[in-house]
Design a binder for this molecule. Sequence first.
Ligand code: AGP
Length: 643
Amino acid sequence: MLLSEIEILIIYYLLLFIYGFTMCGIIGIATTLTALGANLGTVLYCCLKNLEYRGYDSVGFAVITPDGRLVVRKCRGKIDDVREKLGFDRYCGVVGIGHTRWATHGPPTDVNAHPHTDCNMGIAVVHNGIIENYLELREELIERGHRFISETDTEVIPHLVEEFKRRGLPTYDAFKKAVSILRGTFAIAMIDVDEPDKIFFARYTSPLVIGFGKGTMFVSSDIPAFLEYTNRVLVLRDLEVGYVTSSSVVVEGISQSEDLDPVPPPSRVVEFRPRIRVVEWSLEAAKKGGYPHFMLKEIHEQPYAIFSTISGLGPEIDGVVELIRRADHVFIIGAGTSYHASLTGSYLLHELAGVFSQAIIASEAQWYLSKVSDRDVVIAVSQSGETIDTLVAVRVAKRCGAKVVAVSNVIDSAIPRESDIQVYTRAGPEIGVAATKTFTTQLVVFTYLALRLGKVLGTLPEDNYRDLLSKLRKVPEVVEYVIARCEPIARKLSREVASKRSAYFLGRWLGVPISMEGALKLKEIAYIHAEAYPAGESKHGPIALVEPGFPVFFTVLGGYDEEIIGGNIEEMRARGAWTIAICPRGSRVRRLPEVVIELPRLSPYVATIPYIVPYQLIAYYTATQRGFDPDKPRNLAKTVTVM
Ligand code: AGP
């Protein structure tokens, strides 16, 4: 583990408090047959469809049928691909729960899909979050005769409730008792054939809201799920539990307890009515969490995405270190933004570990990789894990016997599936076509990999290693600060950038791939021609295009680049260029450009991550200034599956 347990917990809860937990969506509906119950399955489908942006690895639902049976339908896949197979529209009833999953632990299989049930198929549970003490609980429950069928942490919940019921508690008390001994994070909805008109719920850290409809109550991870049925909502607080029927809500606060003794935890009734709010958002706005676009939401999610990725990296990185240590050649391949992460990775491996590697654009890689051998390593970077150019190159490399490492944001997607080692970023679903949080989390992976490699190979003295690691741990905080500081600057700058036809993005050394990513962002969503190249190249050709007012952005991370880039800024200014520099606070170059955006000074190896953020914001605001939708740039798709 990269962080100590205590550090992880402190930052985790802090960030969860700020951002909420964005993986998986849950829904519960308590209704009557005359309200929505006659079409319960269809309504569950609509609600889950509205939650699809939270995850789409698997989908499932459970209903209690009018004759009192529990029916559970679930499988791997996107909701529209499995709608027919699951037969949503065939089911009616007065209570039902559903789940859409973004897998972070355990592959996205049919068995691991939610809902999960007890031994007797009377209780079904959907859950968002992570139950940290599930292994102990599972062992204890197995000893008491419970049978588990999935690899999930969630499955302990129905078995715990079943266990407490067996020992004499009624369902609600058994549920409260079960919740009180769970540790970790959770938003839970549960149904039980013994209480066929109720949905039981509980929340700790993972978000959960109740919707008050006409003759129908909803329980969900997020408001968009039920917004077309009601806009009256109650946001639950930590350690609130309760149940809904079609016309009533009970909310209680409970405390946590330690043991499996069937004594329900002390609880107090919560007067929730004053907390009910009317939400005026449209469905689209609600999905975006109040942001005008997914891209802006995703830019703002970066501190949490980076934090989750840092804390989620584990032994797989040491597996990669071992492969690289023994390799003759290392290739890093990716397309678009993932190529920029690959190039940054290549610089970092060289700088921190003295390892030479070659970054190759995925669509060009197959010819190169057709000559690799079993002594070579290929690192394939793809947020979606499905980009065909990258996948084809991976297949070529595998055929030649090379070891392949996948760096992806999507568990069990094609590229990780076909690779020898999988390293996952934990950015959560990225909906905006422009990659933002998946890029910064890819950079986290490469920074950490280079640090581990440097330590193992002895190129990085212990003190430097520790120092850089502690700087990497601070990145979520720094990114948070950079977003807050740069948003007004980006908004203002964008008014001028919006009127330009072309721009250069220049850097040196590690600043080159960050400049390339900055240029890609501007061209793909604001449709302004942008070119990036190493600043030293200007005089070999590109400077011929520069005339008064031509925008030139400089990326200065604060290492070797800072020492030598001053002359490149001067030469552009001398031709009347409009120069803008992103540099560390107090930098020696800060007086040279017309516009300077000073950011916290970090090690340049770590600065790559926060220093891209101003470019993301400038591109975003320039696109909106020019009246374009940054989430859906013309001619582009989120996942490119054609060569
Ligand atoms: C960048 O904003 C684009 N979305 C695009 O360049 C993207 O990075 C590229 O298509 C590769 O996608 P992948 O990471 O899913 O393989």
